[in-house]
Design a protein. Structure first.
Length: 115
């Protein structure tokens, strides 16, 4: 059973940066496509960044040029570097397989961007 633990969120001002981490209980990031999702109350989870097992990366238009996804296979960890944050980036961020989530969701990490 894959377990995911997200961390690194917090409160930041507009234009600030945060680095999120997603630690997995088993080595998954090198064998399947994974991604970062985010969710705000009343809305469906939005996939914002994906990375394939081969290292191919895609971003949602809303974060392109500002967010960078990376991974450390040895540490079984996925990262999301978020720069130039905007209030509309406020959400709970999760990681999971992508584009279809196959594993139990972690608790997520809350990002709040103040204006």
């Amino acid at each position: 059973q894959v377990q995911l633990v997200e961390s690194g969120g917090g409160l930041v001002q507009t234009g600030g940066s945060l680095r999120l981490s997603c630690a997995a209980s088993v080595s998954i990031f090198s064998i399947t496509t994974t991604g970062w999702y985010r969710q705000t109350p009343g809305k469906q989870r939005e996939l914002v960044a994906t990375v394939t097992s081969g290292g191919g990366i895609l971003y949602a238009d809303s974060v392109k040029g500002r967010f960078t996804v990376s991974r450390d296979n040895a540490k079984k960890t996925l990262y999301l570097q978020m720069n130039s944050l905007k209030p509309e980036d406020t959400a709970v961020y999760y990681c999971n397989s992508a584009p279809v989530s196959r594993w139990p969701w972690g608790q997520g990490t809350q990002v709040f961007v103040s204006s």
